[in-house]
Every structure is written in C-alpha cells, then in structure tokens.
Ligand binder design. Structure first.
Ligand SMILES: [Zn+2]
Length: 87
C-alpha cells in the first residue's frame, strides 16, 4: 500500500498516511484543524533498488593507466636541449 506524505499549508505540519489508491486524500490537519493539507509528490519509502548490475562492464575499461613519463616536460626526448641542461 502506498504511503502518502502531506504537508499543512497553514502550520507546516507534515505527516505520512498509508492509504489505498481509492481513498480520499486527507485535507484536515491534525495539528491546527485547518483543511489545508497538501499531498506531497515524493513518496517516502519508495526508492529504486538494484544498482550494480553494470559493474562488470565498468571494471573492464581502465582508461589511462599510463602517463607520459616526461616528468612534466613535453620534450622528454631532449630534442630542444632542455633535458641536457636541466637536472
Ligand atoms: Zn496545520
């Protein structure tokens, strides 16, 4: 059975009610007795379960395990001469 969440527009009181789909929505706030209850959309206790079925695919793709071994220089081959005069 779905759980509905209500909030009172007058006093801000919130409550949860387990109702059938066919039940009339609540309107009267038990706190301030105003008929200003508003049904909230997000149902508590209704959460998607079961992530992780794609995990095997995720582990296969190691993206970049190798970095450029230039130590920061883009001219690690020494073509520009900076590798020789450096260090
Ligand atoms: Zn109220």
């Amino acid at each position: 059975m779905p759980i509905y969440e209500y909030e009172c527009d007058s006093c801000g009181h919130r409550l949860e009610a387990i109702q059938k789909m066919s039940d009339e929505p609540l309107t009267e706030c038990p706190e301030c007795k105003q008929t200003s209850l508003r049904k909230l959309i997000s149902a508590a206790g209704f959460r998607l379960k079961g992530s992780g079925w794609y995990e095997t695919d995720f582990k296969k793709g190691k993206s970049s395990s190798e970095k450029s071994a230039g130590g920061g220089h883009s001219c690690a081959s020494g073509g520009c001469g900076c590798a020789a005069t450096g260090s």
